[in-house]
Design a protein around this ligand. Structure first.
Ligand code: GDP
Ligand code: CA
Length: 346
């Protein structure tokens, strides 16, 4: 055996969509180019992806975060958009619109639809989402990564994030919409009054999820949305406890840089749960493992260096480094810094 105490044989990453996928791309780049301390091309990475954005549309089961990770790592992603298939066409969408089929605000690309058709047929034939994901990954991940990457849904059970927004026309003064409606139709431009994760309490982690956390040498929270990506994964009963109990160090990277998120709607989601929108506050929200939370270490952007002392005071080892995923080298350097933060002697 060539492994030593500092060798990273297994890394487990709790990922959302675009932010998580870009981080994973940089992590693999760093593992293969040798810049991640203890890591190598043989390091096995298990990605536990958020499935609370999933929904059924036009009779199809769509899993945005699983697909974003799969297409990104498998080099099928539309790089500009950050989601969906490259060289996409939209004929099906146009035809559905011509029939007046609602909702017209959510468009599925023609190439992407093939993925959802395969998934939906397999689910209807009785396969679990885990089994379907494994089958889809045979196309997207196996050729480039072999056994060194595994993509797991957080749960095979239906879990759906819903968002409460103000609605003066409703007797209660609010309306609850599916996460996709909040994000795609409302463009997260109205305040989120609450986030409700329907089905979460009754969900169980998908096969392999708890083991992947328990048996990892390192657990990483990438700069994914802390509420509706990482938060929903940690909220599946058993997952947070597994992260708290693992012997592996747990390190996270802030999705908040300076006053807001880099892309997406982390600020709106943090506001809805009463957490200040800052790198330090998100670290405190996850909390130190020594104080009932999940983090050993938390990386913030160099612009947020002033937040380091509050994190250290909260019992979280912290460092400030460039946290913009501008290219694979920059992202690999972030991954390397995350590993160093929790593996180097204090
Ligand atoms: P989603 O499911 O597609 O929303 O993706 P994730 O939840 O995985 O990630 C979204 C988060 O990634 C957003 O809150 C962004 O702030 C964060 N993010 C995106 N690009 C960057 C970046 O370059 N640096 C950092 N630190 N965060 C980023
Ligand atoms: Ca997502």
């Amino acid at each position: 055996m060539s492994s030593s105490a500092s060798t990273l044989r297994r890394i487990t990453v709790l990922s959302g969509g675009v932010g998580g996928a870009r981080f994973l791309q940089g992590l693999f780049h760093g593992l293969r180019s040798g810049v991640v301390p203890g890591g190598s091309a043989d390091t096995e990475v298990t990605v536990v992806a958020n499935t609370a954005d999933d929904w059924w549309i036009h009779g199809l089961k769509v899993c945005p975060d699983l697909d974003t990770v799969m297409y990104t790592l498998g080099d099928g992603i539309d790089v500009e958009r950050g989601w969906g298939r490259r060289d996409e066409t939209w004929s099906t969408r146009t035809e559905l619109e011509a029939y007046g089929v609602e909702p017209t605000w959510f468009g599925l690309g023609d190439r992407d639809i093939a993925t959802h058709l395969v998934r939906t047929q397999m689910l209807e034939a009785g396969y679990t989402l885990s089994q379907v994901t494994e089958a889809l990954c045979r196309r997207w991940l196996a050729p480039a990564y072999g056994a060194s990457v595994r993509l797991l849904p957080m749960s095979d059970d239906r879990v759906e994030t819903h968002v409460a927004v103000a609605d003066p026309d409703s007797p209660s003064g609010r309306r609850v919409v599916h996460f996709q409606e909040y994000w795609v139709r409302l463009r997260a431009a109205v305040a989120a009054e609450a986030v409700l994760v329907v089905g979460q309490d009754a969900a169980t982690p998908a096969p392999g999820v708890l083991e992947a956390v328990a048996e990892a040498d390192l657990v990483v929270l990438p700069p994914s949305n802390p509420v509706v990506s990482v938060g929903t994964i940690l909220g599946v009963p058993g997952v947070r406890d597994a992260v708290r109990a693992t012997s592996a160090p747990v390190v996270g990277l802030s999705p908040i840089v300076g006053p807001s998120h880099v892309h997406g709607m982390a600020a709106q989601m943090l506001a809805s749960i009463g957490v200040e929108v800052s790198a330090g506050a998100v670290g405190e929200h996850y909390g130190a493992r020594a104080a009932g939370g999940v983090l050993n270490g938390w990386l913030v952007d160099e612009r947020d260096a002033a937040q380091l002392s509050r994190l250290e005071q909260a019992g979280i080892r912290a460092a400030a480094v460039p946290l913009m995923m501008s290219d694979h080298d920059a992202t690999a350097a972030m991954a390397a810094a995350a590993v160093s933060l929790v593996t180097a002697p204090a």
